[in-house]
Design a protein around this ligand. Sequence first.
Ligand code: E4P
Length: 215
Amino acid sequence: MRIFMDTANIDEIRRGAAMGVVDGVTTNPTLVAKEGVEYRDRVLEICDVVDGPISAECVSTTVDALVEEARRVAAWHPNVVVKIPIGEVGLQAIRRVSAEGIKVNTTLVFSANQALLAARAGATYVSPFIGRLQDAGQDGIEVIREIVAILETYHLPTQVLAASIRGPRDVTESALAGAHIATVPPAVLFQMVHHPLTDVGIQRFLADAAKYTPV
Ligand code: E4P
């Protein structure tokens, strides 16, 4: 499973990218608004740091406007993937821009049926929001499992991008459920690399290594 970072914070993205395991980045209007920067400027900065798919969200509310916006956003950089929310309007826009070769990440997916429709419309990625599903008392991981099974059964090439990740366990469970990608907030990514027993083990090995002449 590939790992994306779910943030618009450039310092966190640099820190994550330095670990060598970040394959892409997802942003949304909320994440960009927190940074107090222009959306396009920040996406281009991110493209300089991470050489992989970088999702940027479209916010238009009619099909024609969404299509125009998606074309403009996709033209920012070859690695940009446009995020379009699922819905009747979104689906039409996904169909049109995907047919033009624009890569679409279908966002705000909360059910297997929404994912199936997005996949049939030609979306490159579908993003089930597992944390928000769990907040609403639903099993987000089960939704991922259903989407993966449907896409595999019908040989649909759309990739499942587990989003709205709240903790390291969500990443493990998304991987076990067959998600192709998890987009992970920085705090979760940095937590994933640690374990208290690793820290204790390193301290003990360092203490013992000090008892002999280093090589
Ligand atoms: C990423 O593509 C989504 O926009 C993001 O994961 C949503 O996360 P949230 O539910 O924590 O806002």
